[in-house]
Design a protein around this ligand. Structure first.
Ligand code: WT7
Length: 641
């Protein structure tokens, strides 16, 4: 039982025991059609599916429940009205604890979603149109997503922390003609000029937006462009607005995410499979029972917010808390204040937040009651055992199981986790595969590794929540995920399987880094840097960072005649923020006369990673470098000491 923390018997009717997990997992592999058609009954279908998965990874073609029709807004809202109309669907907790929050019952949510859907229709949004949502963490963001689902429009939520340039790229890529935004947002004491950012994005090349719907939130002065911009409160109407019947494979949303090359990809999810996957995973992973208060601290701009603030909880008829603020405002006890204020039972957050709060000491936690907490979850990056223990011991007082859930934007929902009543936990390990998930570890030559092993994490069978394509670029989808190991979905993660069959994610093995749980392509930061007129070339790598998981380390060569300086250093930081957003701000910039390249011109990132990690004792073979003496100069000028 090496490394185990025993599962905690919950004094309740648990959803899934160890025996049931074994039984259901086996059934999900041996009879996938029967298993998933059963799970599909968690949803209301206008036309029930008769088939489950119809898929191939070579060639790549993925369909689930293809002959079924349904609507996910109906499933998340309308169908609850008869039995749960008066149950709280959403609790809104504002940034400033002194401001009024609000609670919406399922009936209120229904009227508000209908209002939003009518506003979208009045702007000209029709089934199949892409609608870009650029919002603070307020109820209207959730309404906009559900309203799109209701009328069959495809939402593309862009995180409110992205810059106008990043927003424009995402508008152009999916030829979005509609934006839903707010006058502004607030996080901690920091104002976010959302509408101003939208105005700036709409000036950029290639953007084809015709209408902007603006929610009044911060009530600051807002310039409205005649004929283009519409106030939400003037556009709502309570006219009848039925849910559009959608085929299971009709697109539900696009969400942009970073990869190892090029610009962000528009990952596309389909309606039926995603609905079944989020409903099923939410049910089992969080063990939700009616009446409980569930809180996921993510932003709706990320997939975690899509699947586990909006679709998963609401399809299950749960009460989901929407938090506008940040964990350290007004002080480092805010999360626990919110837990106590609303009696939160289930909390789902990120390792980076846990580490940041842990550093502030136990006082902020122990001064709050927290006795409502029953289950704790983490997601987004590997959690170090120390942070896991702190979460379990101090926050949950050893009473609440921790579920460490591994998944990705592309997987739609949780893929590896322990289930609260079924599994013992291991701090630092995500645990076991969820139903229907078949994992393989392969070495760099594609050989499958058995038993205890470490390798590249692949998935060999399709699952309902799997992304179907990259919007507008199916070849890129095939290339990115199915070409490294033909016939398998390659996650991009390295992973170890231990003697108990538990999986330990070791981090990305591609040129993607994970900064505070945000996924970032090093190539994106490099592209941003070389856009600066003094920069000739840039190479960006991640390095271990105590709080953020990984930090961003940039090597920059300047154009002839330019000289590195503190001023230019700061200028480049600001420049990257402007091109991408604050989450991409470099932690270190090292000016260098050159980058270590092989004679064929390939940058040797391995060396750059080592120097960034301040671990240059074992640089490995540098004999293939065009200029081996460069390494000493790079070490000499290293920034992370
Ligand atoms: C990447 C996916 C899952 C929603 C939020 C992130 C890393 C995610 C874990 C975990 C270790 C994790 C992986 C993955 N990751 N969860 N529990 N343990 N690593 O979604 O932005 O698509 O990023 O996040 O590296 O590939 P994403």
């Amino acid at each position: 039982m090496n490394g185990f923390v025993q599962r905690i018997e919950q004094n309740r009717e648990t959803h899934c025991s160890a025996e049931e997990y074994q039984h259901l997992y086996r059934r999900s592999l041996e009879q996938p059609d029967a298993f998933w058609l059963d799970q599909a009954q968690r949803l209301d279908w206008f036309e029930a599916p008769t088939k489950a998965g119809e898929w191939s990874f070579d060639p790549v073609d993925i369909r689930w429940f293809a002959d079924g029709t349904l609507n996910l807004c109906h499933n998340a809202v309308d169908r609850h009205l008869a039995e749960r109309g008066d149950t709280t669907a959403l609790i809104f907790e504002p940034d400033d604890p002194a401001d009024d929050g609000r609670k919406l019952t399922y009936s209120e949510l229904h009227s508000e979603v209908v209002g939003m859907a009518n506003a979208l229709k009045a702007m000209g949004v029709r089934k199949g149109d892409r609608v870009t949502i650029y919002m603070p963490m307020i109820v209207e963001g959730v309404l906009a997503m559900l309203a799109c689902a209701r009328i069959g429009a495809v939402h593309s939520v862009v995180f409110g922390g992205f810059s106008p340039e990043a927003l424009a790229g995402r508008l152009v890529d999916c030829e979005s003609r509609f934006v839903v935004t707010a006058d502004g947002g607030k996080r901690g004491t920091k104002p976010i000029p959302l509408k101003t950012n939208v105005d700036a994005a709409l000036e950029l090349e290639g953007v084809t937006v015709e209408k902007v719907l603006v929610v009044r939130h911060t009530a600051e002065d807002t310039a409205m462009k005649e004929g283009r911009d519409v106030w939400y409160h003037e556009a709502v109407s309570d006219a009848d607005c039925p849910c559009e019947p959608m085929k299971a494979e009709d697109p539900l949303f696009i969400l942009y995410t970073s990869g190892s090359t090029g610009k962000p990809k528009g990952v596309l999810h389909a309606t039926g499979g995603y609905g079944v996957w989020t409903a099923t995973t939410f049910h089992y992973v969080f063990d939700y029972e009616p009446g409980e208060i569930y809180w996921c601290t993510a932003d709706i701009g990320w997939v975690t917010g899509h699947s586990y603030i909006v679709y998963g909880p609401l399809i299950n008829g749960a009460t989901s808390l929407v938090f506008e603020g940040v964990p350290n405002y007004p002080d480092h006890g805010r999360l626990w204040d919110v837990v106590d204020k609303h009696g939160v039972n289930i909390l789902y957050t990120a390792p980076t937040a846990i580490r940041a709060l842990m550093r502030e000491g136990n006082g902020f936690v122990t001064s709050r009651d927290r006795s409502s907490l029953r289950l704790l979850g983490t997601v987004g990056e590997p959690i170090n055992p120390e942070a896991w223990r702190w979460y379990f011991d101090v926050v949950g007082e050893e009473r609440a199981p921790v579920v460490d859930t591994w998944w990705q934007t592309e997987t739609g929902g949780v893929m590896i986790t322990t289930l609260p009543a079924a599994h013992d936990m291991k701090p630092g390990s995500a645990g076991k595969p969820f139903f229907g998930v078949v994992l393989e570890l392969v070495d760099n030559d594609g050989e499958v590794l058995d038993g205890e092993a470490a390798g590249n994490l692949c998935i060999t069978q399709s699952w309902p929540g799997q992304a179907r394509t990259v919007y507008g670029d199916h070849d890129r989808f095939v290339q990115t995920y199915f070409s490294t190991y033909r016939g398998k979905y390659f996650t991009g993660d390295g992973c170890r399987r231990d003697e108990d069959g538990y999986y330990w994610i070791t981090g990305r093995v591609d040129d993607v880094i994970n900064v505070s749980g945000h996924r970032m392509g090093t190539a994106e930061v490099e592209s941003a840097l070389v856009l600066h007129d003094k920069v000739a070339e840039a190479a960006v790598v991640g390095y271990p960072h105590d709080i953020k998981g990984q930090g961003i380390y940039c090597y920059v060569t300047l154009n002839a005649g330019e000289e590195g300086s503190d001023a230019l250093h700061d200028e480049l930081r600001v420049h990257v923020r402007k091109e991408i957003g604050p989450i991409a701000t470099p932690d270190h910039i090292q000016f260098t006369g050159g980058l270590p390249k092989t004679r064929s011109g390939k940058i040797m990132r391995r060396i750059l990673r080592k120097i960034a990690e301040n671990d240059f004792g074992a640089l490995g073979d540098t004999s293939t470098l065009a200029d081996p003496s460069l390494v000493d100069r790079l070490i000499e000028g290293r920034q992370n000491r």
